[in-house]
Design a protein around this ligand. Structure first.
Ligand SMILES: N[C@@H](CCC(=O)N[C@@H](CS)C(=O)NCC(=O)O)C(=O)O
Length: 241
């Protein structure tokens, strides 16, 4: 049994999709990040960075003590090794998978997160920041489009954890007005992945669905929610650990 500490955002959805793909028994432990569920000392013992997702594998392969993993890229790699699927064992295919996985977690993910912040959460009038991050996301999506023009999946011929890392964020980019019509190769890749039974199952699960308050084009947080997400409460969590 794997505990999935989960918030219904693209980073959480990556892991939910992977758990469906490998058929790993799991239970979802939901966190409302607006309400500060991620800021408790108990969760700090699972992820000292206080971000979702994280997993606790209660029955690791070596039969030892439960294993905790945080950071979505590390979780995907751990689960691929546990499930024996979606991460080639060696050679060029493994290198490509880990390169594109890291490209997502270190590039597209954070840049998309900043674009989303300045477009959707920050007070109006942040033109420079909006332009900077949306332009960088467009650049990264062009890199992805070029890759998918020549490859069925991002790491090559096969669907891997790198596709799983990229797909949910690409899905949620619609909220920022970033459609798929100008990216034909990406659109085809997006639809093929959406039709995978495991992806369709994950996206249909009520316990994984994003609440309406997470997906507004313009977000309005009250003072406490703002503090939990971006302000004093968010910072205080790491100083008191
Ligand atoms: N690099 C991390 C990013 C995790 C992350 O930013 N999680 C967000 C939800 S998508 C979160 O927990 N936000 C709550 C907060 O910042 O307090 C990963 O890939 O897992």
């Amino acid at each position: 049994m794997i505990d999935l500490h989960y918030s219904a955002t693209p980073n959480g959805q990556k892991i939910a999709i992977m758990l469906e793909e490998i058929g790993a028994p799991h239970r979802v432990i939901p966190y409302d990040i607006f309400e500060g569920d991620q800021l408790t000392e108990a969760f700090g013992r699972i992820n000292p960075n206080h971000k979702l997702p994280a997993i606790v594998d209660q029955s690791p392969a070596d039969g030892g003590e439960p294993v905790t993993v945080f950071e979505s890229g590390a979780i995907l790699q751990y689960l691929a090794e546990k499930g024996g699927r979606f991460l080639p064992a060696s050679g060029a295919a493994r290198a490509a998978t880990l390169s594109w996985l890291t490209w997502q977690v270190a590039g597209l993910g954070p840049m998309g997160g900043q674009a989303s912040h300045f477009l959707r959460y920050a007070p109006a009038g942040q033109d420079y920041a909006v332009a900077r991050y949306t332009k960088e996301v467009q650049r990264l999506l062009t890199v992805l489009e070029k890759r998918l023009e020549k490859n069925a999946y991002v790491a090559g011929d096969d669907y891997t954890i790198a596709d799983m890392a990229i797909w949910p964020g690409r899905a949620s980019a619609f909220v920022m007005g970033m459609g798929l019509d100008e990216w034909p190769a990406m659109k085809d890749w997006f639809e093929r992945i959406r039709e995978r039974p495991a992806v369709a199952r994950a996206m249909a699960r009520a316990d994984l669905a994003a609440p309406a308050k997470y997906i507004g084009r313009h977000q309005t947080l009250d003072e406490k929610q703002w503090s939990n997400m971006f302000g004093d409460a968010n910072h205080a969590a790491v100083t008191k650990d």
